[in-house]
Design a protein around this ligand. Structure first.
Ligand SMILES: NC(=O)c1ccc[n+]([C@@H]2O[C@H](COP(=O)([O-])OP(=O)(O)OC[C@H]3O[C@@H](n4cnc5c(N)ncnc54)[C@H](OP(=O)(O)O)[C@@H]3O)[C@@H](O)[C@H]2O)c1
Length: 255
């Protein structure tokens, strides 16, 4: 991790998830021995967090409910005047009742809309409510504020060779368009913020657990490894790269 990350104020959405929790742990681990400690605001939804560190502040947030997003951000505003990095690690691939579709006949309106709400719409609402905190972050072209969302390679239209997973693929493609749009708007109205969508690799979490059978040897990342790579990539981003879709190694992914 670079010194660009020391002492920053972070908001990690989905801090109870595999990748989100690993991000928090990595940020804290890298600050050990540093004179300036990071502040981490982290959100949970259904799982009560069990990571207790004094500079990690947990907040309840349902990203499908704009009022819940606003309430959590209001609590943050009482504790800090700015956010340097916002990373949305929340997402949905399957639920207790529904799995990603193998064929059209499995399409279900409720599951589709749930995917769109969690994976696509939420990042826009989070951006809407964090804009004023990002606006107050000390920043420059080479050291921008960050607004990142974990997307997925399967949201790439040009990379789609296999089909299936209609709801998840469509929601991640919609997320990507939303974040590209946001990068254009903020290049005009909120300078020196880098808006990024990222592919984390195939990561060993509850989200990918039912689909790991065909993953090639060595291709299933631990959450810690994925989080480390993603944070490293973000720490090298400049404002000129806003609107990027990149993988865990920083390699650009075609839309
Ligand atoms: N794992 C992979 O291989 C992989 C591959 C490509 C892309 N991704 C993407 O990476 C991101 C993180 O995935 P993960 O593997 O870490 O998943 P995960 O372990 O299942 O974590 C999902 C997180 O999302 C939160 N969440 C779900 N619905 C929410 C809601 N309505 N409101 C607020 N939070 C909500 C969960 O909160 P609670 O636990 O508190 O309910 C949890 O923190 C997702 O966007 C996923 O699509 C993952």
């Amino acid at each position: 991790m670079t010194n660009k990350m020391t002492g920053k104020t972070y908001l990690i959405i989905g801090g109870t998830g595999g990748i989100g929790r690993a991000m928090i742990e990595k940020i804290i681990e890298d600050s050990v021995g540093s004179t300036v400690r990071p502040q981490v605001f982290a959100t949970y939804y259904k799982n009560v967090p069990d990571l207790e560190v004094d500079n990690v502040h947990w907040l309840s947030m349902n990203i499908c409910d704009e009022q819940s997003i606003e309430q959590a951000i209001d609590v943050i505003k009482q504790q800090t005047d700015h956010l340097d990095w916002v990373i949305n690690c929340a997402g949905l691939l399957h639920t207790g009742e529904s799995s990603p579709e193998k064929a059209l006949r499995q399409m279900d309106t409720e599951f589709f809309l749930q995917n769109m709400q969690v994976n696509a719409l939420a990042s826009l609402l989070i951006a809407k409510h964090t804009k004023t905190l990002l606006a107050k972050a000390p920043r420059s072209v080479d050291n921008p504020a960050i607004f990142a969302t974990i997307s997925a390679r399967v949201g790439s239209i040009s990379d789609n060779q296999l089909g299936g997973w209609y709801s998840y693929r469509m929601s991640k493609a919609a997320l990507n368009m939303g974040m590209k749009n946001l990068s254009i708007e903020w290049a005009r109205s909120l300078k020196d913020v880098c808006v990024v969508v990222m592919q984390p690799g195939t990561v060993n979490t509850q989200l990918s657990a039912p689909f790991q059978r065909n993953v090639a040897d060595g291709q299933l990342f631990s959450p810690a490894y994925s989080a480390e790579c993603l944070l490293e990539v973000l720490s090298h981003m400049s404002a000129a790269q806003s609107g990027s879709f990149v993988d865990w190694a920083g390699k650009s992914i075609p839309w």
